[in-house]
Write a protein that binds this ligand. Sequence first.
Ligand code: SAH
Length: 350
Amino acid sequence: MPSISITPVTDRPLLGATLDELNAWVEAQGQPKYRGKQLYQWIYQQGVRSLTDISVFPKSWRAGLADVIVGRSHLRHKSEATDGTVKYLLQLADGQIIETVGIPTQKRLTVCVSSQVGCPMACDFCATGKGGFQRNLEPHEIIDQVLTVQEDFGQRVSNIVFMGMGEPLLNTENVLAAVRSLNQDIGIGQRSITISTVGIPNRIRRLAQHHLQTTLAVSLHAPNQALRQELIPSAQNYSLRALMQECREYVEETGRRVTFEYIVLADFNDKPAHAMELANLLRGFQSHVNLIPYNPISEVDYQRPTEQRLQAFVKALEKNKVTVSIRRSRGLDKDAACGQLRASILEKLA
Ligand code: SAH
């Protein structure tokens, strides 16, 4: 795991701290070390929000711990779609609001977490980008999202995808600190954690150096530079060639294949020629393509592809030996696209 610079645990919320750090903290409070293990369990397993609620702590000590910040958010809004997907709006200590999604399937409970409040990338099809960027999330604010969904479902979270608000690789240090904790303190396997990025120069290369077993998903969305630039403003300063080179190095360095996400926009990037171009781009590459039919947002007028066009696109890729799957958007009946629920609620709160 990456080494992360440690600030004294008392200066920051407890969530995200290692067992060693909590042991040191309780000892600094004049308590026996085993109380560190108790604190660790109450924070990560029981999901305690205030140390005054830790019933195994002596009352005399507990009473003085009211001001210690655990780092939990407040649930501001929750909406459940007919397919069981639940969207949460969580309010952070400074009043900012983020979106988190719980996605249950037969065997899994996946949490789609945010890594930033808003997003500076401003991709044309994405609702989050339309609202601008506020700030990076702290590690405890990422971990809290997972605990919140776990508690609400009353079920252990099995998978995490960094596909909520924000660009994780613009907040790499905090994302990696959260990943460490989610893995070691909450027990979610690294292989069950996916970091999704639109690609920031040199950041995929640097991520590879950490030798994580997490999955890397790259939001490709177009098979050539010209088309990609139309969708993703930052692509103007980052060529597709450079992005693919970093992905290649990532595979070599980590031995993990890369998932490429491709949002399918009718008549924009879903033609047979685009499929051919994509297949050529990925030739000889250990990869997997995830097609995401576009979820309409009100600000732009892209269209969802027809089922027929989508299937033709899949077939064309498969014919060219590209492994491909379609990611059906869940929760379509409730402000489906990322950031949309937040946008509509913020409007109402304003
Ligand atoms: N910034 C990161 C993670 C956030 S977006 C990234 O770009 O990968 C996570 C995924 O949601 C991306 O693949 C993105 O393309 C997709 N997405 C965003 N808006 C969408 C929309 N309107 N319809 C379908 N997928 C969308």
